[in-house]
Design a binder for this molecule. Sequence first.
Ligand code: NCD
Length: 306
Amino acid sequence: MGFEGRSVVSIKDFTREELDYILDVAEAMEPLYDKGSDMLRGKVLALLFFEPSTRTRLSFEVAMKKLGGATIGFAKPEATSVMKGENLADTIRVVENYADAIVLRHPREGSARLAAEFSKKPIINAGSGAEEHPTQAMLDLYTVRRERGRIDGLNIGLMGDLRYGRTVHSLAYALSLYKVRLYLISPPELRMRREVLEEIEGKIPVVEVSDLSEVLPELDVLYVTRIQKERFADPLEYERVKGSYRVDLKALEGAKEGLIILHPLPRVDEIAPEVDNTPYARYFRQVRSGVVVRMALLALILGAVR
Ligand code: NCD
């Protein structure tokens, strides 16, 4: 379908057909999660992480290795020439000589787009400030499809920091390509960004509320996010919203049977640990999906699967 050599900067660059195809390839990767494969032998993936990460970095690394490829990179820019003042464009023009594709996480919005303009090798955006996190959205779609059997026809709630959370921005764009009803649940201060609303309203029905209890009985999927403390310009603004929502067993009374709860992780305090052992909780299974989806994406971009 023409994925070879392609960058993944924004989820908006993908059609529904393309996303469905990536999910199909991810499903086909499931047996290789245990067995492994040699399909990317000789290929090198660079992982450039200018911001903290556990899952995204490790899951790209393990996805590449399960397919027989190698990884290089850094998780702390403090140990690199960035500290000597090297700019992102120069870093990319150097690293493209070492790697067949580059995974980039950077605090600046627009960083992945800029890198893709300079790079001869595909850039995979692993988080560009508060803007987007497209591969997370792909694994979120995959998890919904896997756990609920489909995406069309579902009522999906996105809850938490919809203002600064990049995963919910990418996921909202992606879901607007499906036949879903979207419920946006957040404190008024953390409402979904206007630019995202403008893009999705008109494509799918969108309902904004400030409290989970207003919409809980409608929901088939509840996607919870943490407050993105590090993105607040004003620490007092963070103090005002801190702890303003929490999903616990009591908050889930009246939920539909079959509701699933997802979370990109890391969790802070927005889902009580008592929820972990309920059938609703799927956030740790979601982590496994991240590996097969990234295996699929790497195999497609590096030309091992067409
Ligand atoms: C998310 C991120 O980095 O945006 N983490 C992840 O990649 N799973 C979510 C978050 O940090 O809250």
